[in-house]
Design a protein around this ligand. Structure first.
Ligand code: ZEM
Length: 355
């Protein structure tokens, strides 16, 4: 009865708290001022999507269970170009929490990135198992950006998604950018590529997209004047929307004009007793100017096809509805083909800003 206590036996069974620790560790490595727009968030979302989007509902192959993108040939598939940056970024986390599978880690990183970039809560279930190279999926299961609606319906239909879900999922293109050394395409879709908004849909509908004149792959571009950014934040709500992202978020030229009109009126009425209209002393938050934004041919088909377009119109008007549907569709995407044990709990993790 004098010895050390008997060592605990049996395998380590991680709890929700253990996964929350991993979530927090991922949240801590998202930012890096020397990478892209200052965050690994977008490329981590793309990693989780490409791990999941190989699913085939008929053969029940592919999907996020397995993390087979660790291996060639899948890592070398053209669609996965550039995702090594995302996988490498997660290696120190895997070393710190060796009990988590790569498959769960990649998906948890996607969940974390979406939430930390201002997106909706994405419920998470653990239990993905890593598989070996023999589970790699054939090339060609992910969408081709040069193709349009019929292709998108074939690819996402194979995973089991409807038109509405296709449109909601593609709203992820509010995040990140295209890289000439990865896909060959170039540029961001929105002004705020590290913040999830419904700007992708607003821009699709409101801007006049033109074919980009260059030697690269065919893509659309538009040069958007960004006068709105000069307006002090407390005057910057010309439309009814008063969400906290209004200064960063996309504003149509009508909104720009309305904001300038308000500013002019305010300046012309400085003698008024109405102090509510006093211009703010807070400085403009961003430089005014213009910026080139882009769309892929696949993106543009979402407004050219009338059945896709009605969902684009809804999400452009209603960011809450977009967030609700995006969360549902992403949760489904991330769980395609995953053989969860019966009774696996669904967890939600708190964004790090709310802790
Ligand atoms: Zn994307 N995506 N995607 N996508 N994607 C790129 C980048 C990102 C398509 C596509 O070809 C491309 C979904 C759907 C579709 C993200 C998330 C999601 C790029 C640029 C291309 C070419 C890659 C590069 O050069 O770095 C096509 C055709 C899609 C079909 C509709 C869905 C669904 C997504 C998540 C739910 C994200 C976050 C990026 C930005 C990555 C980054 O590094 O910034």
């Amino acid at each position: 009865q004098f010895g050390f206590p008997a060592p605990k036996t049996g395998p380590f069974v991680p709890t929700k708290e253990d996964y929350q620790k991993v979530y927090t560790a991922i949240a801590d490595i998202l930012e890096d001022n020397d990478y892209d727009d200052g965050s690994y968030g977008p490329v981590l979302v793309r990693l989780a999507w490409h791990a999941s989007g190989t699913y085939d509902k008929d053969t029940k192959t592919g999907g996020s269970n397995g993390a087979t993108m660790r291996f060639s040939p899948e890592s070398d598939h053209g669609a996965n170009a550039g995702l090594k940056a995302a996988r490498d970024r997660l290696e120190p986390i895997k070393a710190q929490f060796p009990w988590i599978t790569y498959s769960d880690l990649w998906i948890l990183a996607g969940v974390c990135a979406i939430q930390e970039m201002g997106g909706p809560t994405i419920p998470f279930r653990a239990g993905r198992q890593d598989r070996d190279v023999s589970a790699c999926t054939p090339d060609g299961r992910l969408p081709d950006a040069s193709k349009v609606q019929d292709h998108l319906r074939a690819i996402f239909g194979r995973m089991g998604f409807s038109d509405q879900e296709i449109v909601a999922l593609t709203g992820a293109h509010a995040l990140g950018r295209c890289h000439t050394d990865r896909s060959g395409y170039d540029g961001p879709w929105t002004f705020s590529p590290t913040m999830l908004t419904n700007d992708f849909f607003q821009l699709l509908l409101k801007e006049k997209w033109q074919w980009k004149k260059w030697n690269g792959p065919a893509q659309y571009e538009v040069c958007v004047f960004y006068l709105f950014s000069l307006i002090p934040p407390d005057l910057a709500s010309p439309s009814s929307s008063s969400d906290s992202t209004s200064v960063v978020g996309y504003k149509s030229w009508e909104d720009n004009l309305a904001a300038w009109y308000m500013l002019l009126q305010t300046h012309n009425s400085t003698d008024d007793a109405n102090t509510a209209n006093t211009p703010s002393s807070s400085p403009p938050t961003q430089d005014a100017g213009s910026k080139k934004l882009m769309m892929l041919p696949a993106d543009m088909s979402l407004v050219k096809d009338k059945n896709f377009r009605k969902h684009v119109e809804l999400y452009a008007k209603d960011q809450d509805k977009f967030f609700e549907d995006f969360s549902k569709a992403v949760t489904k995407l991330f769980e395609l083909g995953v053989p969860f044990k019966e009774g696996t709990e669904t967890w939600t993790f708190k964004p790090s800003t709310e802790e």
